[in-house]
Design a protein around this ligand. Structure first.
Ligand SMILES: NC(=O)c1ccc[n+]([C@@H]2O[C@H](COP(=O)([O-])OP(=O)(O)OC[C@H]3O[C@@H](n4cnc5c(N)ncnc54)[C@H](O)[C@@H]3O)[C@@H](O)[C@H]2O)c1
Length: 248
């Protein structure tokens, strides 16, 4: 499913809530009932773009991050009345219990991201990428939508398929891919969850990542004047970070 459809789903949720409140006799005209979305990993490469797009689309944002990469990527939202930030750990059950009742949907982005980072700390990877998602899924109510981005990095590793589709089984070969695929599977077994198998994102973000394929090529080409490619011929889809954020 595309991010556009997922955010469309959030829109329907907002309309449903407005209708419910109207039924309960709350003021009808001129009243704007805003949905609050919990974004974990909000200070990251995707989160720091997504928070802005959600605010533009009229949502309140409750942002959670442990600020592992610093706090600069969210500075520009701090003056927004609809933006709240909590510094904390997505694995902290007491914290998640206290935040969930305030929101109608969760976008859990907090993760150990990338093959190298996960290899460096397998125990942390399992607790952040899998157990924290399990916990959020267990603690949320069935009415609270989860929109979860997973990775496409496990596609086609053993099947030798040239073009992979959503039906192609994920066959992750790294701990990163494995924990993301396991988290996706558990969410898809629960109600009201949407998983987005994102192409590799590229482009500018307030929390810049130069380890992503296209970003790495561009950076290498600009600084070293060459970008090296090794290994057998492979194709990999990419999606522009700004384009993702623009989807409604
Ligand atoms: N960027 C991509 O191309 C891509 C593609 C597919 C899926 N994804 C998924 O999107 C999500 C975000 O990826 P990203 O590229 O923004 O990575 P990122 O590393 O920039 O962002 C992750 C954020 O999570 C935070 N975080 C890490 N551990 C935490 C913890 N224990 N508690 C609270 N916060 C914590 C980090 O501080 C960081 O701000 C990840 O789940 C990733 O698997 C990304």
């Amino acid at each position: 499913m595309h991010l556009r459809s997922a955010l469309g789903h959030l829109g329907k949720l907002r309309a449903k809530r407005v209708r419910k409140c109207q039924k309960w006799g709350k003021p009808r005209s001129g009243s704007v009932i805003k949905q609050k979305i919990l974004v974990t990993g909000a200070a990251g490469y995707l989160g720091s773009i997504l928070c802005g797009r959600l605010l533009e689309a009229g949502y309140d944002v409750l942002a959670l991050d442990n600020l592992f990469y610093g706090d600069c990527s969210l500075f520009h939202y701090c003056a927004e009345a609809d933006f709240d930030f909590v510094q904390g750990d997505t694995r902290d059950e007491a914290l998640i219990r206290s935040l969930l009742p305030k929101v109608s949907a969760v976008i859990p982005l907090a993760a150990m991201v990338g093959v190298g980072a996960c290899k460096g700390d397998p125990a942390m990877t399992r607790t952040v990428n899998l157990e924290a998602i399990q916990m959020i899924s267990r603690l949320r109510s069935p009415e609270q939508l989860v929109v979860y981005p997973t990775t496409n990095s496990g596609y086609g590793t053993n099947s030798d398929e040239v073009f992979c589709t959503e039906e192609t089984p994920l066959q992750p070969i790294s701990l990163y891919g494995e924990t993301k695929a396991q988290a996706e599977a558990l969410l898809l077994e629960s109600p009201n969850a949407i998983c987005l198998r994102l192409a590799t994102v590229f482009g500018f973000s307030p929390r810049m990542r130069l380890d992503l394929l296209v970003n790495h090529f561009v950076h290498a080409a600009l600084t070293d004047r060459r970008a090296g490619v090794s290994g057998r011929s492979q194709g990999r889809p990419g999606v522009r970070a700004g384009g993702l954020g623009l989807a409604r």
